[in-house]
Design a protein. Structure first.
Length: 162
């Protein structure tokens, strides 16, 4: 899952992750609030410094996009929860944090043209791009089906106050 994060950055060693947390999210729009609460609680424990609000905003956008575009409409509408189709992962290294949202779709995430910012929907990836240091996506392999959309944040030195 971490291979695409290496583009233009020093290597990320999966074994060097200092903290990691994840949660399964139900296929209903209330899951965005659940993801935000989970992220806030996790980041508060990790003391991530001044990127706290940016990370929570990006998590909200990634989860909203997964629910809106990656799940069958009827599943999101009726709140089908037999197996969670969306999962949020948070991984922290000394000076970096990655938020990754896994969903069952194989469709490429497409950011809306910035000239169309007045449109009612489609601004999510524009916001992800604006508030994170980099983002991307890749298809899953092996027994997992779908894709992961991720955003990377550079963090200040540990213990930096919010």
């Amino acid at each position: 899952m971490l291979k695409p994060l290496r583009q233009g950055l020093p290597p990320l060693d999966p074994a060097a992750v200092s903290d990691a947390a994840s949660c399964a999210l139900p296929a209903r729009y209330e899951a965005v609030g659940e993801a935000r609460r989970f992220t806030r609680a996790t980041l508060d424990q990790w003391d991530v410094g001044d990127r706290f609000d940016d990370i929570c905003l990006v998590v909200s956008e990634l989860v909203t996009n997964a629910l809106r575009h990656a799940l069958p409409t009827e599943a999101a509408a009726r709140g089908a929860e037999q197996s969670s189709h969306v999962r949020l992962h948070l991984m922290r290294w000394t000076e970096r944090l990655v938020c990754a949202v896994r969903d069952p779709s194989h469709d490429t995430p497409v950011p809306r043209d910035s000239d169309d910012f007045a449109a009612e929907s489609g601004r999510g990836l524009f916001l992800v791009d604006s508030f994170s240091d980099s983002w991307g996506w890749h298809p899953l392999a092996g027994t997992l089906s779908g894709k992961v959309v991720w955003a990377l944040f550079r963090l200040g030195p540990a213990g930096m106050s919010r």
